[in-house]
Design a protein around this ligand. Structure first.
Ligand SMILES: [Zn+2]
Length: 393
């Protein structure tokens, strides 16, 4: 059985222009043909026609910064200590949220190490989730990093793989890869925010070891000192990059280091100032600190874009405050920071595919998977229409 999605607009993050009056022919979950409406090739057997008029087809979205086993919300860190059975239920719920929001790829950048209630293995929980979801179209495609590798004292004890020094960092990298991680996640905010938890040299040794195993390395970077150590050590990408400067983005461009933006996290914290009484969000002095962080984070995105750094985007759902169906918020946040809408769409689609090295992720092309998302309206003039998902195939 073939399906013809007729009379749609297409936006795939390669151009500021919509392609109008297009149709897409799908056969057995692959895109067989894309072209002007009315010119579709004769197809063998019956064709089911779906009238897509008024909507825009965008590629299945790529959430490049997600935490599948965690729910998000204002107590997001506490939730990491919930029982593993509960965290696996959360992952199932997140899969449904992701699909309904048109997110087809999830790059998981950290989950707690626990005994998996299903397979009995003690390792980062998202790795078992990834393995069990593979090959099931109702679930997202997952690439997972294992757990966070941090210097002791940086995160609440019992969440991450905590190490004491550069040697410990190297051992932990190997441990995560031996556990089956697709790539490695370093945590470059330290116990003292003014000092990077690892030197550029220590990061470089860890990166070399991961690359020798064919795995990329990414680094959580909330501070400028951590960003310097990360890019100095040659990581493949920085997560958040909330405090970048001209020098750091120039090095990123030169070395091909990507930025994964998560600006909507800071928008979310702003909203918690109204929906919670938690000091961190509600106290006026702390609210102004969040506002200052937001300004620098937006400036960092602008600097990176200007320098030609590849920008992918994520929600940080679960490992931060957002929920799994809110990638549209990041697209809007990138536009608010100064990107063109088509560039923000690229960040949430094709650039995520480039970051992952997955040619089928975040693209709409003949021969590719029929991971199509129909949004109501024009995402290139109105990014808010990314919230208005009508159909996900
Ligand atoms: Zn995160």
């Amino acid at each position: 059985m073939s399906t013809l999605y007729a009379d749609v607009a297409i936006a795939d993050g390669t151009s500021p222009q919509l392609q109008l009056d297009m149709s897409i022919l799908v056969r057995e979950d692959r895109i067989e043909w894309i072209g002007p409406s009315g010119e579709e090739p004769a197809s063998e057997g019956p064709v089911h026609v779906v009238d897509g008029s008024g909507s825009t087809v965008v590629p299945g979205l790529v959430d490049s910064h997600s935490h599948l086993t965690l729910p998000g919300g204002a107590h997001w860190i506490d939730r990491g200590f919930d029982p593993p059975e509960r965290l696996l239920e959360v992952a199932e719920h997140n899969a449904r949220l992701l699909r309904s929001a048109g997110v087809r790829w999830a790059r998981d950048v950290g989950s707690p190490v626990r005994v998996d209630p299903v397979d009995g293995r003690q390792r980062a929980l998202a790795l078992g989730v990834r393995d069990r979801w593979q090959g099931h179209r109702e679930y997202p495609y997952v690439r997972a990093a294992g757990t966070w590798i941090s210097r002791g004292g940086s995160l609440p004890a019992g969440l991450a793989d905590e190490v004491a020094d550069g040697d410990g960092l190297l051992t932990a990298v190997i441990r995560q890869l031996d556990d089956g991680a697709d790539f490695v996640k370093l945590y470059l905010d330290g116990p003292d925010r003014e000092t990077s938890p690892f030197t550029a040299g220590e990061v470089a040794r860890a990166v070399e070891a991961a690359h020798a195993r064919g795995a990329k390395v990414t680094a959580h970077s909330g501070t400028l000192v951590g960003a310097r150590a990360g890019v100095g050590g040659g990581v493949d990408s920085l997560e958040h990059g909330f405090q970048l400067d001209k020098e750091v983005v120039a090095t990123m461009a030169e070395k091909g280091i990507a930025l994964v933006s998560t600006l909507a996290v800071l928008e979310s914290w702003k909203s918690f100032g109204r929906t919670t009484t938690i000091d961190r969000f509600a106290d006026p002095a702390l609210r102004s600190q969040i506002a200052a962080r937001r300004e620098w984070a937006q400036e960092s995105v602008r600097l990176a874009a200007k320098a030609g750094v590849l920008i992918a985007s994520g929600t940080d759902f679960g490992g931060g405050s957002l929920r799994a169906n809110q990638l549209a918020w990041e697209i809007e946040s990138l536009v608010a920071a100064g990107l063109e809408a088509w560039q923000a769409l690229a960040a949430a689609t094709r650039n995520g595919g480039l970051l992952l090295g997955e040619p089928d992720a975040g693209v709409v092309r003949e021969g590719g998977p029929a991971d199509l998302v129909f949004v109501h309206g024009d995402p290139l003039s109105d990014p808010a229409c990314m919230w208005r998902v009508w159909l996900v195939t």
